[in-house]
Design a protein around this ligand. Structure first.
Ligand code: P6P
Length: 336
C-alpha cells in the first residue's frame, strides 16, 4: 500500500483550511521558519567539517561563550523572519532587546500581525560533542495596533501563543509544532529537502518511569525536591519505582525523548539560582504549549507555566514538564 507522504507545508495548509477566516499568514510564517531551520541543519551537520566549531571569542547577553553556530543560527532566523513580512517584532536569546520590524502591506492590507520569540540554538554548549541541539520558537499575535512591534507585544502570557515548536538537529532533523490543534512531528528527508509527517497528534504517556534532572545540583535543592527525587529512586514496584534517570543536558533532546516515551524533565530553582536556568519566553512557554497539547503538564512547581506573567524578555523560570501524573505528583511533594 502506498504510504501517504504529507509534507510539513501540506500539513500546515490543511490545518489552515480548517479556519475559513485564516489569511494564510501564519502558514507562510511557519514555512519560513522551517526553511531557516533546514539551512541551519545543513551547517550543524557540517560543523565538524568547516570552521564553525569552536568559540567566537564573543560572549552573549548572558555572559555565556557564544559558539559560531549560535550566531549563525540567530542570523539565519533573523534574516528569514525580517523578509517574511508577517512579523512586527523578533525576540531572540542572542539579542538583549527585541528587534522591531517595519510593518509591511499587501496592497493596502497591513501584514506583520505576529511576533516571534526563539532560542536559535539551544544546547549549543554540546555542539562540539555532537549531542543533539535545537531551535525553539513561540509565536503570538501582536497586541499593538500598527507600526513596528512593541515590548508589550513581546511580553504576553504563554496562553496567548498561536503557535510553538522546535527543530531538533540530531541523528535526523525533526520539526515538532502545534497551532493549538494537536502536536505533529516531521522528519527532514535531506534527499528531497522536505519535512515529512512522521508523528501525527503526539500524546505523551500520562505516567512514565523516567526522570531528567541534573543531580549534580542536589545539594542546592530544597528538601521537598530532594524528597521527591529520593522517592523516585526508592524500590517499590507497585509505584513503578525506581525510575530510570535520563539526562542529556540539552533541553530539546531531553524534552523530545520524554514527549515520545513519557517522562518528567526538571530544571528547578535552587539556593544559588532561585529561578533556575531556563528562560520563560523562548524555552518554557513554547514547550509548555506543546506538552499541554500532547496531554502533559508544565509548571514552575506552583503555577502553570502558561499563566506566568512575563516581566522581562530573558526572565528565568523553574521548569517541571512532562507526563501529567508525574508533574502532579512532583507538585504534591513540593507543597508538603
Ligand atoms: P545544566 C544547555 O546549555 C541548556 O541551556 C539546556 O539546553 C539544558 O537543558 C540545560 O542548559 C542544562 O543545564 O546546568 O544541567 O548543564
Amino acid at each position: 500500500m502506498l504510504r501517504k507522504f504529507t509534507t510539513l507545508y501540506r500539513h500546515i495548509i490543511d490545518e489552515e483550511r480548517k479556519y475559513p477566516e485564516a489569511t494564510g499568514e501564519l502558514s507562510d510564517l511557519l514555512a519560513d521558519i522551517a526553511l531557516a531551520c533546514k539551512i541551519i541543519s545543513l551547517e550543524v551537520n557540517r560543523a565538524g567539517l568547516i570552521d564553525l566549531m569552536g568559540i567566537t571569542g564573543n560572549e552573549n547577553v548572558h555572559g555565556e561563550q557564544v559558539k559560531k553556530l549560535d550566531e549563525y543560527a540567530h542570523d539565519t532566523l533573523v534574516r528569514a523572519m525580517e523578509v517574511s513580512g508577517h512579523l512586527c517584532a523578533i525576540a531572540s536569546e542572542e539579542s538583549e532587546n527585541f528587534i522591531p520590524v517595519k510593518e509591511k502591506f499587501m496592497g493596502n492590507r497591513p501584514m506583520s500581525k505576529y511576533i516571534i520569540h526563539f532560542d536559535p540554538l539551544d544546547g549549543s554548549s554540546n555542539i562540539d560533542a555532537n549531542i543533539s541541539i535545537g531551535t525553539i520558537f513561540s509565536i503570538y499575535k501582536r497586541v499593538s495596533d500598527s507600526g513596528p512591534g512593541t515590548l508589550e507585544d513581546c511580553l504576553q502570557c504563554g496562553t496567548k501563543q498561536v503557535a510553538a515548536g522546535y527543530v531538533i538537529y540530531g541523528s535526523s532533523t525533526i520539526m515538532v509544532y502545534t497551532t493549538g490543534r494537536g502536536v505533529h512531528g516531521f522528519t527532514l528527508d535531506p534527499t528531497v529537502g522536505e519535512f515529512l509527517l512522521f508523528y501525527e497528534n503526539i500524546q505523551i504517556p500520562k505516567r512514565s518511569k523516567t526522570y531528567s534532572i541534573n543531580e549534580g545540583n542536589y545539594s542546592k535543592w530544597n528538601q521537598e525536591l530532594k524528597n521527591y527525587v529520593d522517592d523516585l529512586k526508592s524500590v517499590d514496584s507497585s509505584r513503578r519505582r525506581p525510575y530510570s534517570a535520563r539526562y542529556v543536558g540539552s533541553l530539546v533532546a531531553d524534552f523530545h525523548r520524554n514527549l515520545l516515551y513519557g517522562g518528567i524533565f526538571m530544571y528547578p530553582g535552587d539556593s544559588k539560582n532561585p529561578n533556575g536556568k531556563l528562560r520563560l519566553l523562548y524555552e518554557a512557554n513554547p514547550l509548555a504549549f506543546i506538552i499541554e497539547q500532547a496531554g502533559g503538564r508544565a509548571s514552575d512547581g506552583k503555577e502553570r507555566i502558561l499563566d506566568v506573567v512575563p516581566l522581562d524578555l530573558h526572565q528565568k523560570t523553574p521548569l517541571f514538564i512532562g507526563s501529567e501524573e508525574d508533574v502532579l505528583e512532583l507538585e504534591r511533594f513540593l507543597s508538603n
